[in-house]
Design a protein. Structure first.
Length: 427
């Protein structure tokens, strides 16, 4: 939530089969069951910033010409008929838990910024309105309360649609930094130099008195816009449970090694710790996927091995701990990449057809949904729009997809703008 740790600077604004069309092919009982189960679910959003290449990961075309198929070969996975890139061996071991959507299709918005906003919010960007990210909308709609921050961002904050948008800064993620750092500690949970916890406690009492005095002259709505966030910030600083949840050093060395000592590996391990301790939404950022040049070297040396190790281990770990059924994990970027390799041995932007991977949260594993043509260029079966993906995510999480919120100016914003959940994903 972007809490300030220097409490000297705390300001007032801190902290039967019916309805087939309406439910996207889900029967009403199945839809309601998915919504009910979603009430206790958590959400991990792995954002591959830059746009990962579908044909070099989950939709390989080994019989295509060399300048399309690229350098890598597919390998068999745990599920017969599902193949993934040879550089994804950890992922191959958990495909029985994955639902790979090979036919997601978007529109050409002309930039990473606009496409990132679209794929992180599920709403086509428009001028003068900042839409809320999936994580922010999830925690807002479910109204989670408690000492743990409901929404946490791990690694670099993605400024393109990652936060609360029109819902307000109180729905921005609490930024946790990079847990792969040697002496990692969450800066926002540490008092600044010269400020003791006793001093913070005194300021907390003073602020409570201040708020009480203001209740006589201000409306309750205005007070509620800031005091809950400030109170939560104080609760976090004083909470042993919060501090332990963010303390990745408590993990056994063997477990840390299994995820990989990389930023994405340790980021995903921290995500598991957080959902295990009551955080409802965690967004993990991994950059470097905008491979206009040196696509294959970048994938081989920097991108696929650490992502694969961290992601495959996360899915297996969540399952072993009994957390996967109640944790939706989404792996996605802002678009795919061009089938044809360019003169710089890279691939350019391609929103027409790309892959998204879902796991847990009531999603049926061991599935491939949708298909593309022989070059992974066009969707040939079961097109899935960004709005459909949004509806699928929110259905898994138990959010009413028909709900409407309003901007501060009164403009109505639907949770899902016309999309329908992918019924097959729920089995």
């Amino acid at each position: 939530m972007g809490f300030e740790t220097n409490c000297d600077g705390v300001g007032r604004r801190d902290f039967l089969r019916v309805g087939m069309l309406g439910f996207g092919g889900l029967s009403l009982p199945d839809f309601l069951a998915a919504q009910k189960k979603g009430t206790d679910r958590s959400f991990i959003f792995l954002w591959l910033a830059g746009g990962p290449p579908q044909m070099d990961m989950y939709d390989m075309k080994p019989d295509a010409p060399e300048d399309i198929r690229g350098e890598f070969r597919p390998i068999k996975s745990k599920v017969a008929g599902i193949e993934v890139c040879e550089l994804l061996p950890h992922t191959a071991k958990v495909t029985d838990k994955l639902c790979i959507l090979r036919s997601v299709t978007s529109v050409d918005l002309g930039s990473h910024e606009r496409s990132s906003r679209y794929l992180q919010t599920g709403v086509l960007p428009v001028p003068n309105t900042e839409f809320a990210s999936f994580g922010a909308m999830f925690v807002k709609e479910k109204g989670f309360k408690g000492e743990m921050p409901p929404f946490v961002g791990v690694l670099k904050p993605n400024e393109r649609g990652y936060g609360g948008g029109f819902l307000g800064a109180q729905y921005d993620p609490f930024m946790a930094g990079d847990p792969s750092e040697k002496d990692y500690r969450v800066r926002n949970l540490l008092p600044p130099a010269g400020i003791t916890l006793d001093r913070i406690g005194r300021r907390r009492e003073l602020l409570a008195e201040f708020n009480e005095a203001w209740r006589h002259v201000e409306t309750e709505a205005k007070l509620n816009s800031y005091s809950p966030s400030v109170e939560q910030a104080y609760n976090m600083v004083f909470s042993e449970r919060v501090l332990k949840a963010f303390d990745i050093h408590q993990e056994p060395e063997k477990v840390r090694d299994s995820y990989g000592r990389t930023n994405v590996g340790q980021g995903l391990l921290l995500a598991r710790r957080l959902v295990e301790n009551g955080v409802k939404a965690v967004s993990v950022w991994m950059g470097g996927w905008d491979t206009h040049a040196n696509n294959f070297n970048s994938l081989k040396e920097k991108l696929l091995p650490p992502m694969d190790q961290g992601y495959g281990t996360l899915i297996a770990d969540l399952a072993d701990r009994g957390l996967l059924d109640n944790t939706l994990v989404v792996q996605v970027g802002e678009f795919g990449r061009t089938p044809k390799v360019n003169k710089q041995a890279g691939r350019d932007h391609w929103p027409k057809a790309f892959s998204v991977v879902l796991a847990g949260g009531g999603i049926k594993g061991g599935q491939l949904i949708g298909a593309t043509d022989k070059h992974a260029a066009e969707v040939t079966d079961r097109p899935i729009t960004v709005e459909d993906l949004s509806a699928t995510i929110f259905t898994s999480l138990g959010v009413d997809t028909h709900r409407v919120n309003h901007t501060p100016e009164g403009r109505p914003i639907a949770v899902v703008n016309g999309g329908k959940p992918v019924a097959e994903a729920f089995g």
